[in-house]
Design a protein around this ligand. Structure first.
Ligand code: SAM
Length: 197
């Protein structure tokens, strides 16, 4: 059976998930744990897929003093995924209406995540490890007057998101866990698949 973990599931666990992790207890939470504390109580390669909806922006920027927490967290997701497993997450774009809710501790745009799949953008030790393959990255477009439509009727809202030119909503990223440390094809992948206006 395929195993999927929903990170930061709250009471709204992804229907496809077989497990849910959250710092607070709720229906659907099978692992109550702070995602900012490492290592997570999960075995290596335990999951085929990890999903995370609207969690990353709630986490602090740093771990153990000055380490970028996203690098530590992505390493941990890499560890608990089987080779070839997929990590899918969404988080508000820094320029989106929802980004600046008071419970949010960080603000992202596509560049924030690019080091995970593009070794050429910055001379960073993480990027050079080439642990992830980009499957897709897209930024929703949400017209302000459609905000309430989108919230009340997600399916209709999804159609409106396709209208080009609106301000950004959520960033959606899908990454595949590479099994090897280095991949000669990596450079050729470049930034294909990114759609940010
Ligand atoms: C905006 S809610 C999203 C819930 C659900 N994923 C959804 O899409 O409806 C953020 C969730 O992240 C959880 N959370 C916040 N900080 C966390 C942490 N450090 N570790 C684990 N979960 C955390 C909260 O308890 C909450 O359930």
């Amino acid at each position: 059976m395929s195993r999927t973990l929903d990170l930061g599931c709250g009471a709204n666990r992804d229907p496809s998930a077989t497990d849910g992790m959250d710092v607070s207890p709720a229906r659907g939470v099978t692992i109550q744990w702070d995602a900012g504390k490492f290592p997570w109580p999960i075995a290596d390669g335990a999951y085929d897929r990890v999903v995370s909806h609207q969690l990353l922006e709630h986490l602090p920027p740093r771990y153990e003093g000055d380490r970028e927490l996203m690098f530590v967290l992505f390493d941990e997701v890499h560890r608990i995924l089987r080779p070839g497993g997929v990590f899918e997450f969404d988080t508000p774009h820094a320029r989106s209406r929802q980004a600046h809710e008071l419970s949010h501790r960080r603000y992202f745009n596509v560049e924030s995540f690019r080091p995970f799949w593009d070794a050429s953008v910055m001379r960073h030790a993480y990027a050079r490890r080439k642990q992830w393959q980009l499957l897709s990255c897209r930024v929703e477009r949400v017209w302000p007057f459609l905000w309430h439509v989108r919230r009340s009727f997600p399916r209709v809202g999804a159609l409106y998101e396709r209208i080009p030119g609106g301000p950004p909503g959520n960033i959606h990223v899908r990454l595949r866990r590479r099994s090897e440390r280095a991949c000669p094809r990596f450079a050729a992948l470049g930034t294909d698949g990114i759609t940010e206006g």
